[in-house]
Structures are given as C-alpha cells and as structure tokens.
Design a protein around this ligand. Structure first.
Ligand SMILES: [Zn+2]
Length: 293
C-alpha cells in the first residue's frame, strides 16, 4: 500500500529534491500517476511533526506572522466568493480542518452567519483563533469526542497535500462529519504551476489526481478553479475544488491513470520561467509589508 491515492506499490522515482535541508524522494505511481513521498520515508508522516516542527522550520517561528495572516485573509476572501456562487443556502455549521489562525472561519462567520469550529494542531495558531472567539480543537479525534454533530460545510485549505492517508481521511469526513447534501471545499497547490516539492507535501496534486482522490473517497468534484490568488496574476498556482458526496459511491471505484504528468510538469515550469522573465510583476504579486509592532 504505497500510493496515497490508489494503494499500488508499483512506482518509479520521479525526482530527488532538497527541502529545508532534508533530502526528499518523490515517486510516481505507475498505476494512477500520482506524485508522492513514501509514508515510510517522510519526516512529515510523523504526527508529532505538525505539533513541534512544522511552523518553526517553515516560518522560522511558531506564531502567526503578518505575511502568513495576509495570505490567509486574501485566500479567505477568495474562497468565500467562490462558495457564494455555489451555495443554494448558507451553511449553518462550518468546520475548517487545518484552520490555522482561524481567518477563514472568521470570514464564513461574518459572511454566512455560520456557527464555526476549527481543527488545528499548532498550539500558537489555535490560541490566536481562540482570541477571536472561535471554537478550536486540537485534532479530529477531539472534535468527534465533543459531539458537535455534523456540518453543512467542511473546508480544507492547503491540507490535503499534507495528509498521509488522504482517501481514508476524506472517507471519514464523508461518514462522520458531513451532513447529507453537505459541501466539501478544498484548495491545494497545483503541480502544473506551483513548485510543490516541500518537506511536508506528501502528495503533489494535478487537476486529474485531485478529482480521482475525491472519487476514490466517494466524492464528486462539482467545480474546479485553477488560479493564482493571492500570489500571481499569470500562474495558476492553486486548485480550488467544491465537492459533494457522490450518490453512486458504492462498490469499487476505478481510478484512471493521469497521463503525461512529467511532460505537463516540464511545459508548465517552462511557462512559469518565461512569465517570470517577461512579466515579473504580474507573475509574482507583492505581499504588502506589514509593520510588526
Ligand atoms: Zn496510485
């Protein structure tokens, strides 16, 4: 059970890179085409990694930084706009998994009047969100133990690529956390624009493998947007998806192979380098400098 999507152990080495001083190997599944790190080899597959190491090595501190908060605010606004055009009724209860500083939940609470709960393993981030009166849990286990019931909307922004068991976790969301007719909102880096190779990124999703991982877990992607918000006007760095529980999600699911992944990656990275040269100010938008006082 190597591949994080289809479970096949047929794989080849796709690339070797270094991230935060750690050597990483990314494999490609010969069955479904997913690019992934081995669970057995990855540092980030250890649950303690997120509690103790993640924020410190990624941001050189454990507290939310002004840059981090600015990015989260821009993302929250964008995700809110996408949802507004896809919802028939506003969600009464919202859960954000990987809620970070709670910015997305603040947005949903203000915009939809929802009751909101967040799951975030990082202590400092949880504390930050709690200062805005957002109920936060350390883990999904703690949330389930608190008997919150089910949610109309579950969001996971920049979380799926970190999961060692994405299919199992999505199934668990479907069965234990989402109401009938509920909506799943996802955002991940797009392998065909975002660098993607990072210590804590266990899988690198393409539009195809994002669709297939959801299908494997019994969801149907009803909307997919490729975009650069808030970092780029030219590069589609991110994939945002809206998914619903698939009515025909019983029995075995056939996973289709993602074709020409290496070629598409090379072409997209060539385009990225070209755009960075031709139009550097649109390829990468500035992050406003915020005084830290
Ligand atoms: Zn696979």
């Amino acid at each position: 059970m190597d591949c994080l999507l289809c479970g096949s152990d047929q794989k080849k080495i796709f690339t070797r890179v270094e991230s935060f001083g750690f050597p990483l190997v990314y494999y490609q599944c010969k069955n479904c085409g997913l690019i992934y790190q081995s669970r057995k080899e990855s540092q980030a597959a250890n649950p303690e990694f997120y509690r103790r190491t993640y924020r410190r090595i990624y941001q050189a501190c454990e507290e939310p930084t002004p840059k981090d908060l600015w990015v989260q605010e821009q993302r929250a606004q964008h995700l809110n706009d996408i949802l507004r055009s896809h919802l028939e009724i506003f969600p009464e209860k919202v859960l954000d998994i990987g809620a970070s500083a709670g910015i997305l939940l603040q947005q949903f609470r203000n915009s939809f009047g929802s009751e909101v709960v967040g799951v975030e393993p990082g202590d400092a981030y949880r504390a930050y969100a709690e200062e805005s009166d957002i109920e936060m849990k350390e883990s999904i286990g703690a949330l389930l133990a608190s008997e919150h019931g089910k949610f109309d909307l579950v969001s996971m922004s920049h979380v799926l690529e970190h999961l060692t068991e994405p299919v199992e976790d999505l199934k668990r969301i479907k069965l234990e956390l989402l109401k009938d007719g509920g909506i799943l909102l996802l955002e991940v880096p797009n392998f065909y624009a975002h660098d993607s190779y990072e210590l804590a990124h266990l899988a690198c999703y393409t539009p195809h493998t994002l669709r297939e991982v959801l299908k494997k877990a019994g969801f149907r992607l009803v909307f997919l947007k490729r975009h650069g918000v808030p970092r780029s006007k030219l590069l589609n760095l991110y994939l945002t998806g809206v998914a619903k529980v698939s009515p025909e999600a019983h029995g075995t699911v056939e996973i289709k192979n993602d074709r020409f992944v290496g070629l598409k990656r090379n072409v997209s990275m060539l385009y990225r380098r070209l755009m960075q040269k031709i139009s550097p100010h649109k390829a990468w938008l500035p992050i406003p400098v915020i005084d830290q006082e």
